[in-house]
Design a protein around this ligand. Sequence first.
Ligand SMILES: [Zn+2]
Length: 414
Amino acid sequence: MATSMTTSPSLPHSADSQLSSLFFTHLPAEIRNLIYLEYWKLCSVRQHIFKYRLLDNDRESYTEAWAHVPCRADLEAPDTRFEELGQSVNGSPERELWGKRLRSEWCLHWMCEEDAKAVGERMKEASESQQDGAPVVVQHSHGPGNAGILTALLVCKRMYLECLPSLYNNTTFILTDTRTAVNFLSRYVPNHSDDASSPAPKSSVPHPIRSLELSIRVPNIITEIYYPSNPNTPGGDDGPPAVFAAGPVAAAPDGNGTLRGSRSTLNARNNPWRHLCDTVVALLPLLRHLHIWLDSSDLRPWHKRVSETRFFGPFLDLPRPHSLERFVLSLPGLPVRRGPDTHALTGQYLENEVLERLPFVVKRGPRPDNMRVHMRNIVHFGAVGFPPQPTAATVVVASGYSGGGGGGGSTTAS
Ligand SMILES: [Zn+2]
């Protein structure tokens, strides 16, 4: 998907009917659709969408190109990254590699990120040898098929037009970057004229997205926006933190879409996360499946810094879908004990009666303990007085994952 999958209005008129093709003339549409479906499965029905920067000829500017890679992460499998880090030799390439994977912005999709970088390199090579004006098309696939989803789209105009609805209907689109997600998803937001209250709303979008997964490692500059001035106020709705009410400073997004330097334009209603929330809310009536998996890059535990009722405010009090289990919000665990020493934010988590106001099932599980990962990367383990390395039988939470309250297993609340 180095080029965006859009349909030009003139395309149906210029498409050849392919009457000499046995595929189109001998097989009924139902069979052709089954073939398309099997082909998507062969290529993977879970596809990461990302952007890659291609350096322009002047070597000073760049062009952003859309790309895709199949997902090969197993989100149900244990996250063994910290164990791998602990077993690597201090100062070795393996130690550096696993540390990098633990800090991956793609979170549990770190291996998909590595595939994406390989695709990016191939796109770079292709762009350097391309003819002027020719689109850069690079595919990536794994598994028994040696072709990507673009192969079917590039056969001919008729097949493109015919199989595109099937592709959108059967693909889970996965995004791991807030800015890219907004950029990609906003083109699938229905017009205001669409009846979102209808059980089966019709969409002005020709090919709406039906299945979406967001896996976001939220930078602390975003979560801090929602940290209440008084963390002990239930609900925390007592205004923004003082730091974000400071005087004007120019805002500028960095390469990762993170706004830096500004406090005057960065607030709870204007930041990349809020834009993504608004986009997802607009898409909700058309989605059949949604999974939002979140972690924070903050060295401090999630439960100490994230006021969930504020952070997920745009999702509160929305109409609940009939099949609630199809919309899942995966969050870091919370402490079972809530003493003052735990720095729990009273009444500001998605739990108890607040869950009834959400269009999701909320599932909680352990996340990498960023502070321990950080320390592991900068000092030799033991040199700063850490306790002995836990045995393999010890739950992973104790060795490098924070699950809130010492529990390693995921908790489910709905
Ligand atoms: Zn993946």
